[in-house]
Design a protein around this ligand. Sequence first.
Ligand SMILES: CC(C)(COP(=O)(O)OP(=O)(O)OC[C@H]1O[C@@H](n2cnc3c(N)ncnc32)[C@H](O)[C@@H]1OP(=O)(O)O)[C@@H](O)C(=O)NCCC(=O)NCCS
Length: 203
Amino acid sequence: MSAIDDDTAFQSAALPADLEPRAIGREPTAKLSVERISSFNEEDLLALCEATDAAIIDGGGFGWITPPGRQVLESYFRGLLMVPEREVYVGRVDGIVCGSTQLVRPSRNNEAQAMAAVITQAFVAPYARRLGLARMLALRVEERARSLGYQVLNLDVRETHEGAIALYEGLGYQRWGTHPAYARVGGQIIAGHYFYKLLQRKS
Ligand SMILES: CC(C)(COP(=O)(O)OP(=O)(O)OC[C@H]1O[C@@H](n2cnc3c(N)ncnc32)[C@H](O)[C@@H]1OP(=O)(O)O)[C@@H](O)C(=O)NCCC(=O)NCCS
C-alpha cells in the first residue's frame, strides 16, 4: 500500500446512477476514491505513469507534449513528494490510479499571498474520463485548502482544454483573465485562462 493521510481519503459508494459507464467499459458501480499520497508503491507508480502517458498522448498531460519516458516520469513523481509546498493527490477507479492533481501552498517568504494556494497539474487518463474523478480530486483539494485556512484557490488552464474549463466553471471558479501567449503546442502559441475561487464562501 502507498502511504496516505488516512483522514484525507475520499471514497464514493458508487457512481451516480445516471452516469454512463463510458471509457474503460466500467460498471456503474465502479468505485471512485481520492487520496493524498506521501510515498509510492510500485503498482501505484506504474499506474500513475501509464495514466500520465495516456493523457499526454491524448493531448493534455500537465505541460508535457510528448511522453518523456518512464524513468523521467517516475523521477518526476518521486521528486514531487519531496517538495515541501506540494501535496500530491491521486484518483482511483476500482483501486487503480487513473488521475492526479496537486495542491501548491505559497512559499514562506510570500507573506502577501499567504492566503492563496494553487490547484495544478490535474489530469485523468482518457480511459477513465467522465466518471467524476477530476471533480472528486478538485473537491478534495478544495477541502484541504479550506481546512488549512486558505481563502483563495487559483488555477490556470490552456484555452484548448475545454473539458477542464467546463469542470472548473461548474465548480464555481471565476475566470478573471486570459493570457494570449500562455503556451506553445505543436509550434502554435495558444491562450490560457486564469481562474480563482473564494474558498470561505459557500458555493
Ligand atoms: C479535464 C479532465 C481533468 C476532466 O477529467 P474527468 O475525470 O473526465 O472529469 P469529471 O468526470 O470529473 O467531470 C466533471 C464535470 O466536468 C465537466 N467536463 C469534464 N470533461 C468534460 C468534457 N470533455 N467536455 C465537457 N465537459 C466536461 C462536466 O461538467 C463534468 O460533469 P458531467 O460528466 O456530470 O457532465 C480530463 O478530461 C483531462 O485530464 N483532460 C486533459 C488534461 C487537462 O485538461 N487537465 C486540466 C488542466 S488544468
